[in-house]
Design a protein around this ligand. Structure first.
Ligand SMILES: [Zn+2]
Length: 399
């Protein structure tokens, strides 16, 4: 079936000025044509036309850093005690909610019992509703490393290679490493490097041989440096980026996936459970410091021209709910002095590139999947209007 969405203002994700009175032609799952309604080619003139004037049309958002198997409300230790069935059923709901919040693609960078793989495949086959997915399977950490309780622990290049190959064997689209400490793991120093260059290189070698990218959790500068020397494709969080490591990232074409929201949890908009209150209390000094630091990091990365993506880390700790997390992430980018248009391009086109999926998704261009977010009000006037959703389309079908 071919139909036309006509009359909206189009933000196509490529970063240019919005196009008023646009038309987007959808044929089957894909975009057949996009441009000014007045230029609509004759071949589409007879297609069914939906008038969406007054609304704003964007590419579906892409969350480049999420944990779909964890609810972002309970402690991970509580979640680990739950049965697989209980986790699956909740994750099915999280998938549905994520899509309905305008996120049409996600990159899961740390799953649980490979549930995320079943979710990805079930969504692909149309059994359940959810975003397109790329995923890493289990994270790989050193023995006792960040998030070791959910990780495949490995030490030394040989074991790291094996750990990476295990994830790929299970169905991973990318490999996720823990290269520094993290604040979600009690008692860790976020500045401490946790993998050697040799260990990182062993993983990137085998992952790249099999066409997979490698993403690495890094806060401390030393971890970022090790990852650049070891050939990592994307730095996740990147909190303590400095001039030297920013230059290394640019030279190597590596990406920085910011996760501003997880370092600055939204403690006002909902009632916190006792577990969440305790976590907020424990992380308070880290959060205060982190919010100031990430402002510097974003400014530095932009001045150096580091390729930026972003993700929510929703599910990653008890203060990271799957509740408009991606909208909030883009709101926080705007608070950190990006324009709304830049934030939207990072959350769509740039993230598609980081997922190595930019041929298929990320912008409103002919040939790509018709993954679209339709808003009632302008996200450029107020980025919070990303929550004012009129409709979400995935593969040409209204969700
Ligand atoms: Zn994470």
């Amino acid at each position: 079936m071919t139909y036309i969405l006509a009359g909206a203002t189009l933000i196509d994700g490529n970063g240019g000025e919005p196009l008023a009175d646009a038309a987007v032609v959808i044929r089957g799952e894909r975009i057949a044509w996009a441009g000014a309604a007045s230029q609509l080619p004759a071949e589409f003139q007879d297609a069914k036309r939906y008038d969406i004037s007054g609304k704003w049309l964007l590419p579906g958002l892409i969350d480049a850093h999420i944990h779909i198997c964890y609810n972002g409300a309970d402690s991970v230790f509580t979640l680990l005690e739950k049965s697989r069935d209980a986790l699956v059923l909740e994750a099915v709901d999280i998938c549905k909610r994520t899509l309905r919040q305008g996120v049409t693609t996600i990159r899961d960078v740390g799953g649980e019992r490979y549930i995320e793989m079943s979710l990805r495949d079930a969504i692909r086959r149309g059994f359940i509703e959810g975003p397109r997915m790329k995923l890493s399977g289990r994270v790989i950490s050193m023995t006792g490393g960040h998030a070791h309780f959910i990780a495949r622990e490995a030490d030394g290049p040989d074991e790291m290679r094996k750990a990476a190959r295990e994830q790929i064997k299970a169905g991973a689209d990318l490999v996720k490493l823990m290269a520094t400490g993290g604040s979600a793991t009690p008692g860790q120093d976020i500045h401490a490097s946790q993998l050697t260059v040799a260990e990182i290189s062993a993983v990137t070698e085998v992952a790249h041989m099999m066409g997979r990218t490698v993403a690495a959790h890094c806060h401390g500068t030393g971890g970022i440096r090790n990852c650049m020397l070891g050939g990592v494709d994307s730095i996740e969080h990147g909190t303590y980026l400095n001039e030297e490591t920013a230059d290394m990232m640019v030279e190597r074409g590596a990406s920085l996936v910011l996760t501003v929201g997880v370092g600055n949890p939204d403690l006002q908009s909902y009632a916190l459970s006792p577990v969440q209150q305790a976590d907020a209390e424990r992380r308070k000094p880290m959060i205060e410091q982190g919010v100031k630091q990430i402002r510097k990091t974003i400014a530095l990365a932009r001045s150096k021209g580091v390729f930026l993506g972003c993700g929510t880390d929703a599910g990653g700790n008890p203060l990271a709910p799957h509740n408009f997390a991606m909208a909030r992430e883009l709101e926080l980018l705007v608070e950190n002095d990006l324009t709304a248009l830049e934030a939207i391009s990072i959350g769509t086109r740039n993230n598609a590139k980081i997922l190595r999926w930019d041929e298929e998704i990320g912008t409103v261009d002919a040939g790509k999947y018709a993954d679209l977010l339709l808003l009632n009000s302008s996200p450029l006037a107020d980025i919070r209007n990303l929550r004012d959703i009129a409709a979400v389309f995935k593969g040409g079908r209204k969700v």
